[in-house]
Design a protein around this ligand. Structure first.
Ligand SMILES: Cc1cc2nc3c(=O)[nH]c(=O)nc-3n(C[C@H](O)[C@H](O)[C@H](O)COP(=O)(O)OP(=O)(O)OC[C@H]3O[C@@H](n4cnc5c(N)ncnc54)[C@H](O)[C@@H]3O)c2cc1C
Length: 495
């Protein structure tokens, strides 16, 4: 690989200021120039990554009157056509689900993507029950009990968030894109194999333009290169933007579960449950009917053992996670099998108020138990000369607050606005000057959330000691103070 691949975009910004580049007004001439033999194809925006953040960004740009004429290329390493919602059976759900905040739903409506969502597979929930697995102190969230709310954006005042399969979202975004136009260049399954700066020829000076080489040999030069390419972002590496943080030493175990009934509130009032255990939180979130999705954050050895259990023992462990003491759970994790009988026996000696915990799981969908390593990362900045990062490429957060995907939607919305402003003013959409507003709007907001989630994770990692009564008191205090509770709910709703 030539050494210039490693050039930082920032180190080249001085050169790009001294040298003339393609004038900002030549949006459409780039299309004509793209057919020049031996030259890379020229695009206004090349977006690497067709996950929720990348698709949302491209759909946002395509659906805006101001930016719809930009020449855009989307590059995705996986096969987007295979990665769509195919099995619409009401008893089969993908194990990768997210809670979409009302703010994300609002943006998806604005860009016309929500109309393409299969809403029969989306479950709004109206209440959240969160409790400390060690002290049992509890907080419940619903809009009615949270007074003092001053919402910046209109939201459905009963819904806290909407559980949705990630596939349902990406399928809808793809369908919105094909409705908008067929001009968008989509390369999938195609991986970016390298990114380097372009060259100067007689016709063009592309020395400040990132040029992406695809694994099929095509080369795309970008006025603006967007990294929506996930936590290990090759675009971020190319731009030389450091990303800092740590691994949690935890894995998120996910599964699609079948419950014995639709939940305590029935079909009309759904509740999301999260119990903080010393190894990490376990959450059961409602899906339509009597389905639910599990996210259980625990140490890697336990995650591997949970995944290896046969279905009846896995289901028993899930029920135990919401009912039995951390000490009981610790023991149950050490036995290789027979959890079902062991849990049944222990439950007889552990009184619980069933109305305050999720309904019992009675089955786990075959093949749905999986685990993902959890980490916290934050890029030092989201922009460089002709580069912007969105979604997990910019930040990765512990899933305990269900915010990672939502942060990516907010990034996409903000970057679309910044590009709209640059286009309206006739300025260069790739210039640092134009892009700075994007970092300004999103970095601080994401940093505050990353910090809060990280502290919550640490606070609840203590299984004993003086911190336990203090955090229990904190939970009870927040539960009792309406306006404070309202503040937490506004953060969760993204409003
Ligand atoms: C267990 C768990 C539960 C979660 N629950 C929630 C939740 O409830 N709510 C929530 O908001 N968030 C949640 N999240 C976080 C959420 O899943 C992520 O934040 C979100 O999926 C990130 O989307 P993205 O588009 O930024 O990145 P990704 O989904 O990672 O997409 C990046 C894309 O880039 C592509 N790519 C990478 N490299 C290349 C390359 N070289 N060439 C071409 N393409 C490339 C990849 O193929 C991929 O499709 C959860 C995460 C976990 C692990």
């Amino acid at each position: 690989m030539p050494s210039r691949v490693l050039y930082s975009i920032r180190s080249c910004s001085r050169i790009s200021l001294l040298r003339s580049h393609i004038p900002a007004r030549s949006w459409y001439s780039t299309a004509a120039a793209s057919s020049t033999p031996g030259q890379p194809e020229l695009y206004d925006v090349v977006c690497v990554g067709g996950g929720p953040a990348g698709l949302s960004l491209v759909a946002g740009l395509r659906s805006s009157k101001i930016t719809s004429n930009l020449k855009i290329a989307l590059v995705e390493g996986q096969d987007l056509q295979k990665n769509v919602l195919k099995d619409a059976s009401p008893t089969i759900y993908s194990n990768r689900c997210s809670s979409l905040t009302p703010a994300s739903v609002k943006y998806l409506r604005e860009i016309g993507a929500w109309d393409h969502i299969d809403t029969s597979r989306v479950q709004p929930y109206q209440e959240m029950q969160v409790w400390d697995g060690v002290s049992d102190s509890r907080i419940s969230f619903d809009w009615a009990s949270a007074s003092g709310l001053a919402l910046k954006q209109p939201v459905d005042r009963t819904t806290i968030a909407y559980m949705i399969e990630n596939l349902n979202l990406t399928t809808a975004l793809l369908s919105r894109l094909s409705e908008l136009d067929s001009k968008l260049s989509i390369s999938s399954p195609t991986r970016v194999s390298s990114v380097e700066l372009g060259q100067e020829t007689e016709a063009l000076d592309l020395r400040s333009w990132p040029t992406v080489t695809l694994d099929n040999g095509r080369q795309l030069a970008a006025r603006l290169l967007v990294g929506a390419d996930g936590a290990n972002s090759p675009v971020r590496t190319f731009a030389g933007i450091p990303s800092r943080g740590w691994d949690y030493g935890r894995h998120g175990v996910v599964a699609s579960l079948r419950l014995e009934g639709p939940g305590w509130g029935g079909e009309e009032h759904k509740i999301a449950y999260q119990r903080f255990l010393p190894t990490g939180p376990v959450a059961m979130l409602p899906l339509p009917g009597n389905m639910a999705t599990l996210v259980w954050s625990t140490v890697p050895e336990r995650a591997a053992r949970l995944k290896a259990l046969k279905e009846e023992d896995f289901v028993a462990m899930v029920n135990a996670a919401f009912r039995l003491s951390p000490v009981d759970l610790e023991y149950l994790h050490t036995i290789p099998e027979g959890q079902k009988e062991e849990v049944e026996w222990r439950e007889q000696h552990t009184p619980v108020d069933e109305q305050k915990i999720p309904m019992r799981a009675v089955g786990a969908q075959a093949g749905s138990v999986a685990n993902f390593p959890l980490k916290m990362r934050h890029a030092d900045t989201y922009t460089g000369e002709r580069v912007a990062l969105v979604g997990d490429a910019a930040h990765t957060v512990h899933p305990l607050a269900g915010q990672g995907l939502n942060q990516g939607q907010a990034d996409a919305a903000a970057l679309v606005r910044v590009i709209e402003t640059a286009v309206s003013q006739g300025s260069d959409i790739g210039s640092q000057l134009a892009l700075e507003a994007y970092t300004g709007e999103r970095w601080q907001a994401n940093n505050a959330l990353l910090g809060a989630v990280d502290k919550l994770h640490k606070l609840y990692s203590f299984g004993s000691g003086p911190i336990v009564p203090v955090r229990s008191w904190g939970l009870s205090a927040v539960n009792a103070i309406g306006p404070l509770k309202g503040w937490f709910m506004r953060q969760a709703a993204g409003t």
